[in-house]
Design a protein around this ligand. Structure first.
Ligand SMILES: *Cc1c(COP(=O)(O)O)cnc(C)c1O
Length: 399
């Protein structure tokens, strides 16, 4: 039996070596392919990027996909193509990262926050419906933690009202609902390949769509609005020729990132399954701890398990959530919190005029939430250590 006294109180920590909150799985194949790309002499957007787009489109079950340099960039370009303009309203969950919200603001539109379902932490068609007005142009649901939103209901409700749907699938590569992959249900969907996400290209993203023509427009806008990609120019009229069809941006992916992405795609399902197994081990590990609420089960399909957020009943403990996190760090366990509700940030609080209490489910969750480590390279011992550290602190600080 290990020390029952928390490290913060002078006891021995659960772990001698710190377990990071997240860590990418980069193997020899990734390293080989990146080095091959460097040796090939073609480093910018080119054949590997195109191949990555085809592989991801196949995987998701759509015709085409556009690679970009981040999910944030993909969300921005999708909003442009879906017609978000000045004074439009865009509905987004309050429990959210800032990517979509920031670009809604840059477009001169207004983010309209909605609360999430307290069980799933996702928006529902019902929650979205209450926020729709004649000015609503778009809704951007987040597949929180990798759990698919009820997209069928959300898309049909939105389309009935003349509103488009853009999925924020930053957490949800490989997730599906009743056999339909995330990325194949909304008008457009943006994925993230940031270093902590399901697969990584260091930084990167991809846009898929059911809206005809959207992917091509995104691809063009991602590279200055140029009519041709650089590598095609060389094969075609000549290296010097291009046409600007509209004022674009500079959001393209490059072939070094795509080489990484292509090798990561080979293991996407394996990664998801590893995360799912860790989630299951945590479920079992906290089964008999009354103070811990684990993520609600998902039975309609595949959960991507990007996050495993537990909620702790801090009324039953003598320490706060923030102290609990510091104590977990002292035990050698890296943890995080996803997310600080948007209306708690000074900019959105002031811009949107919200106060605490406006989104009770998001706020209640945030006050109690801790995201535990969940990534494919975690060992059984790592998982046991996380469970032990959480249980140790709860047992010690129980009122
Ligand atoms: C990580 C994340 C993003 C941003 O992804 P980038 O690829 O870093 O731009 C957007 N939305 C959510 C919900 C995220 O977690």
């Amino acid at each position: 039996m290990r020390d029952k006294t928390p490290a913060a109180e002078g006891g021995a920590p659960v772990r001698a070596s710190f377990l990071p909150f997240a860590r990418p799985s980069i193997g020899e194949t990734e390293i080989f392919e990146v080095v091959e790309t460097l040796k090939s002499g073609w480093l910018t957007v080119g054949p590997r990027t195109r191949e990555f787009e085809r592989v991801l489109a196949d995987y998701v079950g759509v015709d085409d996909a556009a690679a970009v340099n981040s999910c944030t960039g993909g969300l921005h370009l999708s909003m442009v193509v879906l017609g978000v303009e000045r004074d439009d309203e865009v509905v987004i969950p309050a429990l959210n990262f800032a990517s979509a919200a920031n670009h809604i603001v840059h477009l001169g539109a207004r983010p309209v926050l909605v609360d999430v379902d307290p069980e799933t932490l996702n928006v529902t068609a019902e929650l979205v419906e209450r926020a729709i007005t004649p000015r609503t142009r778009l809704v951007v649901p987040v597949h929180f933690g990798g759990r698919p939103c009820p997209m069928k209901e959300i898309v049909s409700l939105a389309h009935e009202r003349g509103v488009k749907v853009l999925g924020d699938a930053a957490h949800a590569i490989g997730a599906d609902c009743s056999g339909q992959k995330v990325g194949s249900m909304a008008d457009a969907t943006a994925f993230s390949f940031y270093v902590t996400k399901g697969i990584t290209t260091g930084e990167g993203g991809m846009v898929t769509a059911t809206e005809p023509g959207l992917v091509d427009k995104v691809r063009t806008l991602a590279l200055h609005g140029m009519s041709r990609d650089a590598w095609k120019r060389y094969a075609d009229r000549g290296p010097w020729y291009y046409e600007i069809r509209e004022a674009g941006y500079k959001y393209n992916m490059n072939d070094i990132q795509a080489a990484l992405g292509l090798t990561q795609m080979l293991r996407a399902d394996e990664f998801r399954e590893a995360r799912e197994a860790i989630a299951h081990a945590y479920d079992v590990g906290f089964f008999d701890v009354d103070e811990v609420t684990v993520p609600a089960p998902f039975r309609q399909g595949k959960h991507a398990w990007h996050l495993y957020p537990i909620q702790i009943d801090f009324d039953a403990l003598r320490i706060s959530r923030d102290q609990f996190i510091n104590h977990l760090l002292d035990e050698g366990i890296g943890v995080s919190v996803h997310f600080i509700p948007l209306h708690y940030h000074p900019f959105y609080r002031d811009r949107l005029g919200h106060t605490r209490g406006d989104f009770p489910s998001s706020e209640h969750y945030f006050a109690r939430a801790i995201s535990l480590p969940i990534y494919p390279s975690m060992t059984e011992t790592d998982i046991e250590d996380v469970v032990e550290a959480v249980r140790k602190l709860i047992a010690y600080y129980k009122r």
